[in-house]
Ligand binder design. Structure first.
Ligand code: NCD
Ligand code: ZN
Ligand code: ZN
Length: 445
């Protein structure tokens, strides 16, 4: 196949070249004037040809919660949004805390996956070094510690509560868990990620919740700052690579930058919701997610950090629930999490466009996550030898986000109604259309 006549995003900048694809990989880039002899020539005139996006933070809910999402609906939504690689979080059922659970999950999702995928491993407070080593050998893309989320021992389900006295609830993985397992984690060479909200801050802040301001009082930014500072200390002292997911506050950001300045190997992810929104009155409970979307000042600080390169990647924390769980409860009981994978690429391009250069967004969702997770240069770049994951974008047409067009099971997301100055025209996964069962399991290199 040849993708012909487009403006191609390459490591050397935008180039007027054709992309020659063979066997699912990029074979070579040739000037537009080079002869175009191939069984299939795709006309990309007037379009941008970008590397397929990587969403390093999705909750596909499979196996375990098909009423919220499954790997078929997740990856259909991803492909429609130009996301050709997803890294799926381990709070499926059972939590992916050992190699057998990872293998069970692989078997459950393989036939449904329409895009390529990597799988996160779960750290439990009961995790052993052997489980960490076996998960790394099984191909876990990283290890996730949900500080503040307990695990139900009988089912292996991760619950959004620190637990308490219920003997069936295992206390959350903690800073101590990470320190105890540091040797095995460092040896695995993949990032250790934390849901960085300090459990002791959350427990001390609990109060009655009626308004969004009340909710913010229960999960304040200081919880993120404290947890990020602790993760920085773990990284600096124990030689770990730590990845902070869904960074949501200026205080958390400043703690991360201080950790880096002190020598910690910290990489940072934020999400479109923290870069766009603060408007609870308009969005209602759809906007409830952990960490909470905070203030305009937090949003501006995160935007500035992303634009100057202090934040490494944007993932979505795509976390669908049923309409019943999201919309038919008061704020205190509505489930936390909302979908986003389908709007990742366009929302990032739009944000960067508003700052003057749309293409500045491309590394946030391609090269940077590919490098963090050991997928570069197979993924995240357009160069000879890389997978032919290509997204054709029309920069002269607009897309408005509408629930009807969303393929995730939770159709109404937080970017509902937003307009982006781009349209996705075509998406290729290793040179062909994305389709259920075509997605492959990715191991970190
Ligand atoms: C996530 C979920 O529902 O799995 N929810 C959320 O509010 N972000 C869990 C998480 O990422 O912490
Ligand atoms: Zn989280
Ligand atoms: Zn998440």
């Amino acid at each position: 196949m040849i993708v012909a006549g487009g403006a191609v995003y390459t490591p050397e900048g935008m180039r007027e070249v054709d992309v020659h694809v063979r066997g699912g990989r990029i074979e070579r880039l040739e000037p537009w004037t080079h002869p175009r002899a191939a069984p299939e020539v795709v006309d990309a005139t007037g379009l941008w040809v970008l590397p397929g996006a990587i969403d390093a933070h999705v909750h596909g809910r499979d196996p375990g919660f098909p009423e919220k999402e499954d790997f078929g609906s997740l990856t259909a939504a991803a492909a429609a949004g130009g996301v050709t690689t997803v890294l799926d979080m381990p709070n499926t059922l059972p939590g992916v805390a050992d190699a057998p659970a990872l293998e069970t999950k692989r078997a459950a999702i393989a036939g449904k996956a329409a895009v390529d995928y990597g799988l996160w491993g779960l750290l439990r407070s009961s995790s052993t070094a052997e489980q960490v080593r076996d998960l790394a050998a099984a191909g876990a893309i990283g290890f996730k510690a949900y500080l503040g989320y307990s695990v139900q021992r009988s089912t292996g389900q991760v619950l959004y509560t620190p637990g308490g006295l219920d003997p069936d609830l295992e206390p959350p993985a903690s800073y101590g868990t990470i320190a105890r397992l540091a040797a095995a984690l460092a040896e695995s060479a993949v990032p250790v990620a934390a849901h960085a909200e300090d459990p002791s801050v959350l427990l001390s802040s609990s109060a009655r919740v009626e308004t969004y301001a009340d909710l913010l009082g229960t999960r304040p930014a200081i919880g993120e700052a404290v947890a990020v500072a602790a993760m920085g200390a773990l990284a600096a002292n124990l030689g770990l690579r730590i990845h902070i997911v869904h960074l949501s506050s200026q205080a958390g950001l400043e703690a991360a930058l201080a950790g880096r300045a002190a020598g910690a190997h910290l990489t940072l992810e934020t999400c479109p919701q923290y870069l766009w929104l603060t408007d609870y009155a308009r969005l209602g409970t759809v906007m409830k997610m952990y960490p909470l979307i905070k203030t305009v000042d937090d949003r501006e600080a995160l935007r500035a950090a992303l634009l100057r390169g202090d934040i490494d990647n944007v993932g979505t924390d795509h976390a669908p629930h049923t309409d019943e769980e999201k919309l038919r409860h008061p704020l205190a009981e509505a489930h936390a999490g909302s979908p986003g994978v389908q709007t990742l690429l366009l929302s990032c391009l739009e944000l960067a466009r508003q700052n003057g250069e749309a293409l500045a967004a491309v590394p946030w969702v391609t090269e940077h996550p590919a490098r963090i997770f050991g997928l570069y240069p197979r993924k995240g770049t357009i160069q000879p030898g890389s997978d032919a994951d290509l997204v054709l974008v029309d920069p002269n047409r607009r897309t408005q986000v509408k629930a009807d067009a969303m393929l995730s099971r939770q159709r109404r997301g937080v970017l509902e109604g937003q307009e982006f100055g781009f349209v996705i025209r075509a998406v290729y996964l290793r040179g062909e259309a994305a389709a259920p069962g075509r997605g492959e399991f990715l191991r970190p290199a």
